[in-house]
Design a protein around this ligand. Structure first.
Ligand code: 4NP
Length: 155
């Protein structure tokens, strides 16, 4: 059974598809499965935002085949780690969790880089292309740490 990691944002078209693609590119596929979901349902079945696809492509990562989905209660059993992009996602996801064990799987992703600071990955949806580059760089930096931790813990 692979170790399963779920990346969560609001729409599942901008930030979490990037987080999924970037982390998956740093882990062996036979041991780890990375997926993503949104807390909202507006973009279920949609491809990631073009601007996320473009910035990922620039760094050699293809996220164009991903399809949006909404987080569901069974994800708390299915996944070993649930990383959320911002404090609002954190509140929404923890609210869905039914048990302390399920709640304990939820982490604000940038706290791995800036412990206890509760920094958001900003939502780039209404901003410029530069916002997507900024999100890419933040996620690239923190997923280096996450991949290292996962590989140490599960190898
Ligand atoms: P994401 O960005 O949470 O990074 O995917 C958003 C995309 C779309 C919407 C909100 C956030 N929306 O409201 O449609």
């Amino acid at each position: 059974m692979p170790i399963k990691i779920l990346m969560v944002c609001l729409g599942n078209i901008c930030r979490s598809p990037l987080a999924e693609g970037i982390l998956a590119s740093k882990l062996p596929e036979d041991k780890f499965l990375v997926d993503s979901a949104g807390t909202g349902s507006w973009h279920v079945g949609h491809c990631p935002d073009k601007r996320s696809i473009e910035v990922a492509k620039k760094y050699g990562i293809n996220i164009g085949a991903q399809k949006g989905r909404q987080i569901k209660v069974s994800d708390f059993d299915e996944f070993d780690y649930i990383y959320v992009m911002d404090n609002s996602n954190f509140r929404d996801v923890v609210h869905l969790a039914k048990t302390p064990e399920h709640k304990s799987k939820v982490r604000l992703i940038l706290n791995d880089l800036f412990p206890d600071e509760n920094v958001d990955v900003p939502d780039p949806y209404y901003g410029s292309a530069n916002g997507f580059e900024n999100v890419y760089q933040m996620l690239d930096e923190v997923t280096d740490l996450i991949a290292d931790q996962l590989l140490k813990k599960h190898s």
